[in-house]
Ligand binder design. Structure first.
Ligand code: DGJ
Length: 739
């Protein structure tokens, strides 16, 4: 601090005296300039500490040998704010950009200036955790920046821990998890937008000089409109799978989020990611610490494909609950039966599922509530007892029947919600999210329960626990959540409504922690009207997602492609449904629907008895062949060969980690012309030296001239792999095995 003072002496003696006095009381700032290196096998984040204790971000990208050289950059700043980006930009000091941290103190002051006080690192099992401590010498606010570097996966997690070490409460106005800073000529942002049944649509834009914000204020179902994730191509206006520097990020949080892309006047880009502060000024009492959610970062110097593979590997090894474990194929009752079924209906569906070679039957909505039976979406939510009018023998009877047939059994719940027509709504009106004195808006005829309230958390946990007691043969739970939060208000929080959105999400995680402690082995699907809750926060507790209610194979190409930019294929529930598709009305061939669904966790969602004999035979064939390569869906590496957004032909492949096996999926999404139908794809990820036998699956006559023959990985990478896909919705799947 004292080193900064001489220029003030010339200006005003009085300032010097005041500052000198302060020096007696304030902790000294770092004396030794230091470079802090946070690295993985192929990436590196370098931060520097200058003589005054300013912590700045100098590099996030490829590994470099001598990070200490960055210290030289501290010597040439022309102006205080020209010295390079503060690692955690705060409102205060000379900083006037978008802050990662903005605090209002008890006296109304908005200024925070953080200085380095120390750091430490520890490594265990390939993960290095670095904690950097910062402190504001005036307000005594303390912040810890925590980075976890996953060596083999090339992923870095970042979060902050903000401690009010003063004597009065403070308010957090902005509290991003992480800020990352980039220096490039161009920044091409790839992110997703969408809505119900059209989640995860790709948007690409070159960032201009304004601030770009991607935000969710939906409370729950936070990701249906947009996802808290992105890819950033650095120094390029082109999106490339295989070339160039690409950074990818994803916030591990299931509530309101905000991603800010802020370019400064020097052209640098500052990316901030965290909980949305919308209606969420968070109060921090003396002695309390607020821990932000993790931001997941990765970098690839070889295009977007590698960035996705880094995230997928991390997800498999760390980010997804029991990631990489193979999930059963299934028949889900929803589109085949909706709310209208009896025990008999379900038993016949189970028979068909077993007969087709599926591995699980999932009973979806409609099985519960007695006084307000769940015969439509307008009643029963909240009353989780079996509807014995529909299922007089109970759930255990159906679940045991499935087990006897060699199938696992799953069941649907929507525990965060309540229909006004339910005993729960009548008995606990104080548990419903509502704004005092106003009507409660309904969506899908339902209201939201206030998970910020610990009593509601107990109740929601009790729903899961109670349903699990219905039968010892429940292997899988589909957890649904079918509306957003509007006109929010919590009776429990009283006048502290600002805590609501944060504590709703933390409440959900509290419940999930308890569920996982008691039911570590139950497969739990995260569904929210389809893909309304797809994020790495939820995936710490859930095994898979319901990708979208839109099961049209054509629409799924776009949704699944975009989902896999950030999230691994193995979490994607992907179902074959009837035509015309119940959402889009589109008619696609059954084989096309299977070939699309087989890129994720395969399921069927239809009434099997409506299959013709030919359709049923094809279904059985596709299901059987899926088992031949399913381990590649769950544990292989994804290579995107062409994008549905950029090409009439969509293709992708999964390659086993040892490169001995692969599966290639190809589709025609738009009819072009007969000449162009033999579209060449360059296969990737194979060993160029090894020889692979290529076999098309699920057909008697292949659409590729090389079917059944052997080719080197190098040859298959030339574009000579050109299956004939002559019509809209032609598709072909190939299995490759090295000799
Ligand atoms: C929405 C889900 O996305 C569907 O799959 C289905 O479970 C319905 N809810 C049931 O109400």
């Amino acid at each position: 601090m004292c080193k900064l003072l001489p220029h003030l002496i010339d200006m005003k003696q009085i300032c010097f005296l005041t500052a000198a006095l302060l020096c007696l009381f304030l902790p000294a700032r770092a004396a030794e300039p230091t470079a802090i290196s946070i690295q993985t096998d192929h990436t590196q984040l370098v931060l520097t500490v200058d003589a005054n204790g300013n912590l700045r971000t100098r590099h996030y990208g490829a590994r470099i040998a001598d990070p200490v050289l960055f210290l030289g950059m501290d010597t040439q700043a022309k102006r205080p704010n020209g010295a390079g980006p503060m690692t955690l930009p705060t409102t205060g000091g000379v900083f006037v950009g978008s802050p990662a941290l903005h605090v209002r103190y008890a006296d109304g002051n908005h200024n925070t200036e953080l200085y380095y006080t120390g750091h430490q690192s520890r490594s265990k099992d390939g993960v290095t955790t670095t904690e950097i401590s910062l402190k504001d010498p005036v307000t005594t606010l303390q912040v810890k920046l925590v980075y976890e570097a996953y060596g083999r996966e090339d992923v870095i997690l970042a979060h902050t821990e903000i401690t009010n070490s003063g004597k009065k409460p403070v308010e957090l106005l902005d509290y991003a998890s992480s800020a990352m800073h980039f220096e490039a000529d161009r920044y091409l942002l790839t992110h997703t937008w969408g809505g119900w049944a059209s989640e995860m649509q790709v948007d690409r834009e070159l960032l201009g000089h304004d601030t770009k914000v991607i935000e969710s204020r939906r409370g729950v179902q936070a990701t249906q409109r947009n996802n808290p994730s992105f890819l950033l191509s650095l120094g390029s206006a082109e999106f490339s799978e295989t070339a160039g520097d690409v950074v990818a990020g994803a916030l591990a949080w299931s509530g309101n989020f905000r991603l800010t892309f802020d370019r400064d006047d020097a052209g640098r880009l500052h990316v901030l990611a965290g909980i949305s502060p919308h209606a969420a000024t968070y109060p921090l009492a003396p002695g309390k610490t607020f821990v932000t959610p993790d931001m997941v970062w990765t970098f690839s110097g070889a295009g977007a494909g590698q960035a996705s593979r880094n995230l997928h590997r991390w997800a498999r090894n760390y980010g997804v609950y029991r990631g990489g474990q193979v999930h059963p194929t299934l028949l889900n009752s929803w589109e085949g039966a909706y709310f209208t079924f009896t025990t008999e209906t379900l038993l016949r569906m189970i028979d068909d599922a077993a007969g087709m070679g599926l591995e699980m039957f999932v009973l979806d909505d409609g099985w519960f509530a007695k006084d307000y039976p769940r015969n439509g979406d307008d009643a029963g939510l909240g009353d989780w007892e079996v509807n014995t009018d529909k299922l007089p023998e109970g759930i255990d009877y159906v679940a045991s029947y499935a087990h006897d047939k060699g199938l696992k059994f799953g069941i649907w719940i929507e525990p965060e919600m309540v229909n006004p027509q339910s005993n729960l709504a009548h008995n606990h009106p104080e548990w419903v999210v509502k704004s005092p004195g106003r009507d409660i808006y309904q969506e899908r005829n339902q209201w939201v329960l206030d998970l910020s309230n610990p009593a509601v958390q107990d109740f929601v946990y009790g729903i899961f626990d109670g349903v699990m007691q219905l039968s010892k043969n429940i292997d899988y739970v589909k957890w649904d959540c079918n509306r957003v939060i509007q006109s929010f208000g919590s009776t429990y929080l009283g006048h502290e409504q600002d805590r609501f959105f944060v504590e709703y999400c933390q409440g959900l995680y509290n419940v999930m922690r308890r569920i996982r402690a008691k039911y570590p082995d139950v497969l739990i699907q995260c569904c929210s009207s389809g893909g309304g809750r797809v994020d790495y926060g939820a995936l710490r507790y859930f095994d898979e997602i319901w990708t979208s209610d839109n099961t049209d194979g054509d629409c799924r190409a776009y949704i699944q492609y975009a989902t896999n930019l950030i999230y691994p294929p193995f979490i994607m529930g992907a179902h074959v449904s009837a035509v015309p598709n119940h959402q889009s009305g589109n008619v696609t061939p059954l084989k096309f629907r299977f070939d699309m669904a087989c890129t994720g966790r395969l399921g069927l969602e239809l009434q099997p008895k409506n299959f013709s004999a030919r359709e049923r035979a094809l279904a059985e064939r596709c299901i059987a062949s899926y088992y031949q390569y399913r381990d590649l869906v769950f544990n292989g590496d994804l290579y995107r060969l062409s994008s549905p957004y950029d090409s009439d032909y969509y293709a992708l492949m999964y390659v086993s980690p040892d490169k001995s096996r692969a599966v290639v999926y190809t589709y025609c999404l738009r009819y072009q012309n007969r000449e162009g139908s033999q579209h060449g794809f360059r296969l990737e990820g194979l060993d160029p030296e090894r020889s692979y036998r290529v076999k098309e699956l699920n057909v008697d006559r292949s659409c590729w001239w090389g079917d059944g023959k052997e080719f080197s990985g190098a040859f298959l990478g030339t574009g000579a792999f050109n299956p004939d896909l002559p019509q809209k919705y032609s598709s072909a799947v190939f299995y490759l095995e090295a000799k």
